[in-house]
Design a protein around this ligand. Structure first.
Ligand code: SAM
Length: 317
């Protein structure tokens, strides 16, 4: 069951999208003084070495955060045209100033790599902990025995005491126990590995139950865009769920390449690797859409692997 290890994928284009959205969302939620609880239902190991064996094997960060970092120095000039909505292809904008949400994401990566580059890549638990204030709380769920042990050890180094709880429990099954938190302010990040196709249904069940318990929480769900009916249906079903609950939603996607199978010169069929992913938020901060409208065209431009690169940004409620 547990063959997925996030270390192979840390810092890839999907992490760039997910963590850019996560940071922009947290920045807004942390503007209010009242305590915030963040629940990370699928936490991973917490910290990753991009020069380590795992990341080196896949090289996915090279097409993600490392590309952004190498482009960072490119000079700004013209303003970025605001994105209007669905599935746009974007012309090169090498002259544009870096969008605020991307600059903010990269500033967090820099905080973990004060000597430059990105040898260390922070996963969601460390990104969140880095931004939280002393009176906020972080609940981390991780089931993989090795990653849970690594997460425990990584978190122990922070000496954060009761601020952070690491639970070796099923994030789908038991994370709703923290909802609503005493301060009635929470962000739930749901980032499963979707190794088994029942994960898609479990995301929906979790979101439905969580909304019943705590209708005003902010829910951020990552999913892969792959040729699988469950993956295709997930955002549509989440939209229906949010709309029926009378809650606003936001849906952002980033495609970096075609999803078509290719044939090598020797006649072998090759899978393209993950071509695209999406973030679906229920009760998103109102500040998120304009930030992403500026950031997504630049992510397309900078992370495109072929002419199929595109983004979409949509909201409702
Ligand atoms: N959120 C992390 C980040 O952004 O750095 C990455 C998480 S990774 C995509 C998904 C993780 O969920 C894996 O480490 C996997 O072992 C773990 N996992 C899978 N099923 C789980 C479950 N039912 N409950 C908790 N964790 C689970």
């Amino acid at each position: 069951m547990f063959s997925y290890r996030h270390a192979f994928h840390a810092g890839n284009h999907a992490d760039v999208l997910k963590h850019t959205v996560l940071i922009a969302t947290l920045d807004h939620l942390l503007e209010k003084e009242a305590a915030l609880t963040v629940v990370d239902t699928h936490a991973g190991a917490g910290l990753y070495r991009l020069d380590g064996d795992y990341a080196g094997t896949s090289g996915e960060a090279a097409e993600g955060v490392l590309r952004l970092l190498s482009d960072e120095k490119k000079a700004p000039a013209a303003p970025v045209p605001a994105a209007k909505s669905a599935a746009k292809k974007v012309a090169p904008e090498a002259e544009a100033p870096l969008a605020d949400a991307i600059a903010r994401y990269l500033s967090v990566i820099h905080d973990f790599n004060p000597k430059g580059g990105a040898r260390i890549y922070p996963g969601s638990p460390f990104i969140v902990q880095h931004l939280l204030r002393d009176h906020d709380k972080l609940k981390l769920f991780e089931l993989h025995p090795t990653d849970a042990r690594t997460l425990d050890a990584n978190i122990a180094q922070l000496e954060a005491g009761r601020q952070i709880a690491v639970l070796r429990e099923d994030g789908f099954g038991s994370a709703t126990k923290f909802l609503p938190p005493p301060s009635r302010r929470a962000l739930v990040l749901m980032d499963p590995s979707y190794e088994i196709k029942s994960d898609y249904g479990r995301v929906l069940d979790f979101a439905a139950e969580a909304l019943k318990r705590f209708a005003t929480g902010t829910y951020a769900i990552w999913y892969p865009i792959i040729p699988r009916p469950e993956a295709h249906d997930l955002p549509r079903r989440l939209k229906t769920l949010a709309t029926k609950a009378g809650k606003p939603w936001l849906h952002a996607t980033l495609t970096v390449k075609s999803s078509k199978l290719t044939t090598t010169p020797t006649g072998e069929t090759q899978r393209p690797g993950l071509p695209a992913s999406g973030m679906f938020l229920i009760n998103p901060p109102y500040t998120l859409k304009p930030l992403l409208a500026a950031a997504l065209p630049q992510l397309v431009e900078r992370l495109a692997q072929d002419r199929h690169a595109a983004f979409s940004l949509d909201s409702g409620g």
